[in-house]
Design a protein around this ligand. Structure first.
Ligand code: COA
Length: 335
């Protein structure tokens, strides 16, 4: 029986650090407000023309090197992003070209903050059914070029940052890898809330123009978010989907060594931990450094957690996310 193993993990961030104070110089906000509401102290923004695919390249190379494999071993790319380099073609095709892997499959996944776990689920299914042996799963975002840097956009702009994370998923035989590998994924969505967190324009259904001066003046090309609505649904569904994943494997919270949640907001993760009755010692966080990097946040968190010695071979990890769509998801894995 085949199982997917995370053989390597990598991450990449733009060099430019943007502190809360820098945001306060651009708009009516403050370091204290942002830290209290979100736990974020700084984030990274690109400072030149750079797409998510460029950041993804560096993250992918690190993941491949860590796995002790070669880029040539990759036989499929799954790329999660809500900020693709272009409307089309997808960023997976751009990354495939940067990696110089013509001909291999390249798929974009558009499930926002849950994009990485959705991608992991697709890659895992392909590996288990024998279609591919080595799948590169990437999450990458360049938010900064799409943020309203005036007071009008302060609720959203203070939260988001740029970055990329990647894992290399390889096939292992259950007999060889023992307990190691991806045990399950659980995916959910509720499109009723599509407009609670969205970017309206440009959109093909906007008639007769996808984008016009009026839409630009109204800021419809920027993210619109009903913050409290997102918050209340996140703290309801995150605990549910975490428990769903553990229960499906006959496991409990006591078996979990570390929860690696999507880094949307420290308060959301603290509230979810409280609902679950677990200590924040069991919840990984790096949001203070990067803000919300959407599809990149979980692989970046895995990369950092491993570098910091927070995860070890054999540990039971639960990955969990909630975000636009609404979408929410979890993955249970033995590192
Ligand atoms: N700086 C200062 N004030 C701000 C601000 C900022 N960056 N952003 C919003 N405010 C103001 C609002 O305008 C509002 O002012 P008003 O009372 O005069 O109208 C006030 O702060 C309170 O706004 P509110 O939206 O009620 O605050 P909140 O306590 O709900 O916190 C969020 C706002 C966005 C931090 C919070 O709702 C949240 O974290 N939601 C989830 C967002 C998220 O994680 N999204 C990504 C999910 S993947």
């Amino acid at each position: 029986m085949r199982r997917s193993i995370i053989a390597g993990v990598g991450g990449a961030l733009p060099d430019r650090v943007v502190t809360n104070q820098e945001l306060a110089d651009m708009m009516d906000t403050s370091d204290a407000w942002i830290v209290e509401r979100s736990g974020i102290r700084e984030r990274r923004w690109v400072d030149c023309e750079m797409g998510g695919s460029d950041l993804a390249l560096a993250a992918s190379q690190q993941a491949v090197a860590q796995a002790g494999l070669s880029v040539k071993d990759i036989d499929c790319i799954v790329f999660a992003t809500l900020s693709p380099d272009y409307n089309f073609p997808g960023s997976a095709c751009l990354l495939q070209d940067l990696l110089e892997l013509p001909g291999i499959a390249a798929l974009d996944v558009r499930n926002q903050c849950s994009g990485f776990i959705y991608s992991l689920s697709v890659a895992d299914a392909w590996i288990r059914c024998g279609q591919y042996d080595c799948v590169l799963v990437v999450g990458a975002e360049v938010h900064s070029t799409g943020l309203d840097k005036t007071t009008r956009g302060r609720d959203v702009t203070c939260l988001f940052g740029d970055g990329a994370g990647a894992v290399l998923l390889t096939a292992g035989d259950l007999g060889e890898v023992g307990e190691r590998g991806l045990l399950s994924t659980h995916l959910h969505a509720d499109g009723k809330y599509a407009k609670a967190l969205w970017v309206e324009a440009p959109g093909s259904r906007l008639y007769p123009d996808r984008l016009n001066q009026q839409m630009l003046a109204e800021g419809k090309h920027y993210t619109q978010m009903q913050g409290r609505r997102v918050f209340s649904h996140a703290i309801k569904y995150l605990p549910q989907v975490i428990l769903q994943g553990l229960t499906a494997n006959g496991l409990s919270l006591d078996d979990m060594d570390l929860l690696v949640p999507h880094q949307a907001n420290l308060r959301i993760n603290e509230a979810a931990a409280k609902v679950l009755g677990i200590s924040m010692d069991k919840v990984y966080s790096n949001i203070e450094r990067y803000g919300n990097t959407t599809a990149a946040s979980i692989p970046l968190a895995l990369r950092d957690a491993e570098e910091e010695g927070r995860i070890h071979r054999g540990d039971l990890l639960v990955l969990a996310s909630f975000g636009a769509g609404f979408t929410w998801a979890s993955a249970v894995l033995r590192w």
